[in-house]
Design a protein. Structure first.
Length: 465
């Protein structure tokens, strides 16, 4: 008997993992991303028929491709019975099974992250003595568990209690060497302390996962809910898109080129000019009032958190390939109004006769000098998450996580020079663009972020050879 094959597809921009599980020419896709060509191409390359699509829950941080994938392959969608989905699907309840070839899935209803959440326990019938793996969705991650605040009808405390029971009464009863394959990795907004590994085992998580080490249900509830970061506003919108099934990504029209005067007119009417170039290029020269989110990092999730899903977007990018990639990544989180791009980029703006803006950069050495010479005129803004700040921070810095910054700029003193930093520089560039849009002129971005500051400090303390 041929063993069951598991293929993981990891989308770094959203820290999202999806899977193709195949046996004897039949495949199931688990938690697909919105652009589904990669699964269809994989199936063609390996002579597979995609017959099943399993959703562990209604995802909140990205738009799933289950609807398009089902239409293009004829596959059946499986989803927890409490999802109230409006598209054709098979409602899963606790104890249901799905079998094809040598693959058998046993479904566990595991509410807590969401009400409808399920985990899929895979047994390979080539060696059926015990389960081979469990696809845990957002119930159990490597190093973390799902956030318990995605239900409008239940409090985080109620959801955390459900999650505790799902983990201890169901998942942790599986053998220790059962592999776990979650729907997200480090960097996802669905957890706080995820590890960088893409998979693990039940036994390893039992020993090392901070949430599973809670001694009681009450301790677990407090651990998860006492300092929950705010839930991004777009989460609820993505859940509804997934409940009804999103349209094909190929139906989205390509953004149109616009000359600088038209871009300025639309920007004045509320459109967002979104610059996706590397941070240093943005800092040196950009369209005044534009938002900067570099395409190199977790671009789409930051765009959704900061801009929402409904604003018209005008892109500023480096080339046609990057503009297409930008539109695709935005569509993955439900931003579909990417109507245009600045023809010619920054050069096109200059040809229109318009001025550019810039944001000064300071090195760690320059910041040290400012701390000595401009102490009363200087303020440091830390836009990292609270958990990061706990590991080390500048004394007397102002601490506003990036996701909250746009609504809290009034807390900043415009008469001071505001040096902005994050861990490595990605988020501080976004923050600087938000501050400049809000009218703050006396700002600078710390090159290399807090990591660079700490590296310089360590270098100073090392003895000379």
């Amino acid at each position: 008997m041929e063993p069951v094959v598991i293929e993981q597809f990891f989308l770094g921009c959203l820290a999202h993992a999806s899977y193709v599980v195949s046996s004897e020419g039949i495949a199931a896709v688990i938690d697909p991303q919105r652009d589904v060509d990669l699964y269809i191409d994989f199936a063609k390359q390996h002579n597979l028929k995609i017959a099943h699509i399993i959703e562990t829950h209604l995802h909140a941080d990205f738009v799933s491709g289950h609807h398009e994938l089902a239409e293009r392959t004829g596959a059946r969608i499986y989803l927890g019975e409490d999802a109230q989905a409006t598209f054709p699907h098979t409602a899963i309840k606790d104890g249901d099974t799905l079998q094809f070839g040598n693959a058998r899935f046993n479904f566990l209803h595991t509410p807590g992250h969401t009400i409808e959440g399920v985990c899929a326990v895979l047994t390979d019938l080539a060696s059926p003595a015990q389960p081979r793996a469990v696809f845990t969705g957002d119930t159990l991650f490597v190093g973390d568990v799902g956030r318990p605040d995605l239900s409008a009808d239940h409090t985080p405390q109620e959801l955390a209690a459900m999650l505790y029971q799902s983990l201890h009464d169901k998942l942790l009863t599986l053998p220790d060497d059962t592999e776990i394959f979650p729907a997200h990795g480090a960097g996802s907004l669905c957890g706080r302390q995820m590890g960088s590994e893409r998979s693990s085992t039940i036994g390893k998580q039992r020993r090392t996962n901070y949430a599973l080490l809670a001694r009681t249900q009450d301790e677990f509830i407090h651990l998860l809910t006492d300092s929950l970061p705010p839930r991004p506003e777009y989460f609820g919108r993505d859940v509804e898109l997934n409940r009804h099934g999103a349209s094909s990504i190929n139906e989205l029209p390509a953004p149109k080129p616009l000359l600088a005067p038209e871009v300025l007119r639309l920007q004045s009417g509320g459109a967002i000019v979104l610059d996706t170039r590397p941070a240093m290029e943005f800092a040196v020269a950009h369209v005044p009032g534009s938002v900067h989110i570099a395409l190199s990092g977790q671009y789409a999730s930051w765009a959704a958190r900061i801009l929402g899903l409904d604003k018209g977007i005008i892109l500023v990018g480096e080339d046609a390939d990057q503009l297409r990639e930008s539109q695709l990544r935005l569509a993955r989180v439900g931003i579909e109004h990417v109507d245009a791009y600045l023809d010619g980029g920054i050069t096109g703006w200059l040809k229109g006769g318009y001025e550019l803006d810039y944001i000064p950069q300071v090195s760690v050495q320059e910041l040290a000098e400012l701390q000595e010479k401009e102490k009363d005129h200087l303020a440091i803004l830390d836009v990292r998450e609270p958990g990061e700040v706990e590991t080390g921070a500048f004394d007397n810095s102002i601490r506003i996580p990036l996701g909250q910054l746009a609504g809290r700029t009034s807390e900043l003193d415009p008469s001071k020079l505001l040096v902005v930093h994050c861990k490595g520089g990605y988020r501080s560039s976004i923050a600087s663009s938000i501050l400049r849009r809000a009218g703050l002129r006396e700002i600078a971005d710390l090159t290399g972020g807090f990591d660079a500051w700490m590296a310089a400090a360590q270098q100073e303390t090392q003895p000379a050879h």
